[in-house]
Design a protein around this ligand. Structure first.
Ligand code: HEM
Length: 245
């Protein structure tokens, strides 16, 4: 039997200034990049905030490649999620989308994967970032495939997940400050005076909370209202038969 698929409902158009998150997001991305990029612009390994593993001459170039592609991803991702631009200029959305996928998220996540294997801040953080890079890669590829297949509802869902992981780098930096403030006073107690143990714990907890929480938020965002929309009206089959006992 052939089923006729209903066209997916388009969200109602809203003026750009009625999306209260558009400007704060743009501002956050700008502040993050202005703070993060300068040490890497001179291509001087001595300025890096991330220590390279001993003897790994490949590490710094791959880290810089990661940062470059990830910056492209962040800027294009912020533009992609902006409903006004998407609805008003769909051709721009398609072009910027390709830049996000092929010159941003895919190369950045592959480079991020290898940088994570270098485990600059210990194994707990490394497991988190390896998983993060694989998920970012997977969600983005899946979002692109869905767009190519013209399954735009699925495309939106996968790209919102990809967006959450891309922007999770901002949440990562915020959590870093929170966990630093929480754990530094415990250096002599919880960590027995070991600074490396404390740094690895802070970095590990930061990387996990950095992306898991935004991803959960994205899932909540995608699911909200779905239960209500899906729940069918109770029909005769749902009514319990009268008891015979
Ligand atoms: C979402 C997937 C991402 C993964 C898996 C990832 C992975 C990594 C890894 C493993 C490091 C080395 C430091 C560490 O071990 O924690 C690193 C550093 C860095 N990443 Fe990413 N990253 C991601 C997203 C981004 C994004 C979107 C940006 C935006 C530009 C970015 C910018 C940076 C910067 C600037 C550094 C150097 C550290 C610093 O100077 O603060 N990353 N990343």
């Amino acid at each position: 039997m052939t089923t006729i698929k209903k066209p997916e409902a388009r969200p109602a158009k809203k003026a750009w200034w009625r999306r209260p998150w558009v400007f704060p997001l743009g501002l956050l991305v700008t502040v993050f990049l202005v703070y993060s990029l300068p040490p890497y612009l001179g291509l001087d390994a001595a300025q890096s905030r991330v220590p390279a593993p001993a003897g790994a001459s490949w590490y710094y170039p791959v880290l810089v490649a990661h940062i470059g592609f990830a910056s492209i991803a962040m800027v294009t991702c912020a533009l992609q999620i902006w409903p006004w631009l998407r609805q008003r200029y769909p051709a721009v959305h398609r072009r910027t989308g390709r830049v996000y996928v092929f010159a941003g998220a895919i190369p950045a996540s592959i480079a991020g994967f290898f940088v994570a294997l270098g485990a600059a801040f210990g194994p707990i953080g490394a497991v988190s970032t390896v998983l993060l890079s694989l998920l970012w890669f997977g969600f983005t590829v899946q979002g692109y495939r869905m767009a190519r297949a013209r399954r735009f509802g699925d495309h939106r869902r996968w790209m919102i997940r990809s967006f959450a992981l891309c922007m999770s780098i901002i949440s990562n930096r915020i959590w870093g400050i929170v966990w630093f403030l929480v754990f530094t006073p415990q250096l002599e107690t919880t960590f027995g005076g070991s600074e490396p143990a404390m740094v690895q714990a802070i970095a590990g907890i930061t990387t996990w909370t950095g992306w898991v929480l935004p991803l959960l938020l994205a899932e909540w965002w995608l699911e909200r209202g779905r239960g209500r929309r899906r729940a069918p009206a109770p029909g005769p089959a749902d009514r319990a038969p009268a008891s015979t006992t």
